[in-house]
Design a protein around this ligand. Structure first.
Ligand SMILES: NC(=O)c1ccc[n+]([C@@H]2O[C@H](COP(=O)([O-])OP(=O)(O)OC[C@H]3O[C@@H](n4cnc5c(N)ncnc54)[C@H](O)[C@@H]3O)[C@@H](O)[C@H]2O)c1
Length: 399
């Protein structure tokens, strides 16, 4: 086989870390349709704020590109494009299909194509491969397909991509050597599977379990709060049992938990199965917006001379230590608060100020000027603010 030349398609929260690990070892091509993303990466700027300029230095003649011609040279394609839901919560595979269509025009004999985008079971076989076959090539003879569910946890500096066990599923053992060569550079621990559908399912199942468990703990938190039972103390007691899993309540957002249960429930429906529990985490977790907002309203009401006080809301991204704002419930809470308190200002060091003009984001130096601080997402960087925030009025719905 020719020298391996990986191409990563989609350089977002998932694709960029994969690309960066590979480009240290192979000439790797990083491709994205977003021209601004490519231009900023070429300037060593990651607007997702996951990487500092030093980490974006390229080696082995690797490149960032938005030109299809550049990816023709590749032979090991890894696809990490978004798979969101539509407004009616049905799977939206538009971008995934588009990337397959692009590949169908350029793949050659012996190429390997790995999908990392989260999908419902059977998408690789029934949606992606038929599009790739439009190339005129035969799967498993001319080109080979695999699926590797992505478990990266953006913002987590401990569980980095390299340390997370990586499942790689493919049908034909002929490609095992090359798959191993590539994926060994992405993760230290490879888990092999011969079944792509099982690997696709395992990904959505992991996230459904988490979504449901957080939903359960959110519900318990709500009951304790209303009944005046100290939730933290309850958790400390319950944790002393060996098989109790201490999930934390919170605002569930992002591109995974609010999406993946809908993917699997769509699949279940498509084969005639009515599910009862799969989506219950979704309902409870979304309703936390109202609960958290009313909790904050109550606390604000108890503050004397509130009309003279300046209020600052901190932490607006979907979870702590990330810049990702997709499905951020903190933003939804903020919008509700602003309906009642128009002058509320916001601060979040992870947001690009120019992109969120309507949020009235203040400068770091001005933080001290406020009287009431509402923290929706406890970014680690806020620890630095404690010395002056603690002397003021602090509202934290969860911590
Ligand atoms: N973000 C996470 O934490 C996470 C974790 C596990 C799995 N996933 C899954 O990984 C996939 C990617 O998610 P993400 O968070 O990296 O998304 P993202 O939006 O951060 O990045 C996707 C990138 O793909 C590009 N893109 C879209 N269509 C393209 C195309 N046809 N060709 C080339 N580039 C294209 C976009 O411009 C964007 O830069 C999704 O299926 C998601 O569910 C995400």
């Amino acid at each position: 086989m020719r020298e391996i030349c990986p191409v990563v398609i989609g350089l977002g929260y998932v694709g960029l870390p994969i690309f960066l690990n590979l480009q240290k070892n192979f000439k790797t091509i990083g491709y994205d349709i977003n021209k601004k993303r490519i231009a900023s990466l070429k300037n060593k700027l990651d607007f997702n704020k996951e990487y500092k300029p030093n980490s974006l230095k390229l080696s082995k003649n690797s490149v960032f590109t938005n030109l299809i011609d550049d990816i023709k040279k590749g032979n090991f394609y890894i696809i990490a494009v978004p798979t969101p839901v539509k407004k009616n919560n049905l799977p939206d595979l538009t971008l995934l299909k588009k990337s397959c269509k692009t590949l169908s025009k350029i793949i050659k004999k012996n190429d390997i194509i790995f999908f990392e985008s989260t999908v419902y079971p059977t998408v690789t076989d029934k949606v992606c491969i038929p599009i790739l076959k439009k190339s005129g090539l035969t799967e498993n003879k001319d080109f080979y397909v695999g699926y590797s569910p992505e478990r990266i946890n953006p913002g987590d500096k401990q569980k980095t991509l390299k340390s997370i066990p990586k499942i790689v599923a493919f049908k034909n053992n002929k490609i095992k050597n090359n798959v191993t060569k590539v994926y060994k550079k992405i993760s230290k621990k490879i888990i092999y599977s011969k079944n792509i559908i099982e690997a696709e399912t395992s990904k959505v199942v992991e996230n459904i379990q988490r979504d449901l468990n957080i939903g359960l703990i959110n519900e318990i938190y709500k009951v304790c709060d209303i009944a005046n039972i100290n939730f933290k103390n309850v958790m400390s007691l319950a944790k002393t049992k060996w098989n109790f899993v201490p999930y934390e309540p919170g605002l569930v957002g992002g591109h995974c938990l609010p999406v993946d249960p809908y993917y699997f429930s769509y699949f279940a429906k498509s084969i005639g199965i009515e599910t009862n529990i799969l989506l219950s985490g979704r309902k409870t977790n979304n309703k936390m917006v109202d609960f958290v907002t009313s909790k904050i309203f109550k606390k604000l009401k108890n503050i004397s001379n509130l009309s003279e006080k300046r209020i600052l809301v901190l932490g607006l991204t979907y979870k702590k230590n990330v810049a990702d704002i997709r499905n951020s419930l903190a933003i939804k809470v903020l919008k509700k608060l602003k309906k009642k308190y128009e002058n509320i200002k916001t601060y979040d060091p992870y947001l690009e100020k120019k992109n969120y003009k309507n949020l009235k984001i203040i400068k770091f130096d001005d933080i001290k000027k406020y009287d009431v601080y509402i923290i929706l997402n406890n970014h680690d960087i806020f620890k630095k603010l404690k010395k002056f925030i603690l002397k003021k009025i602090l509202i934290t719905p969860f911590f």
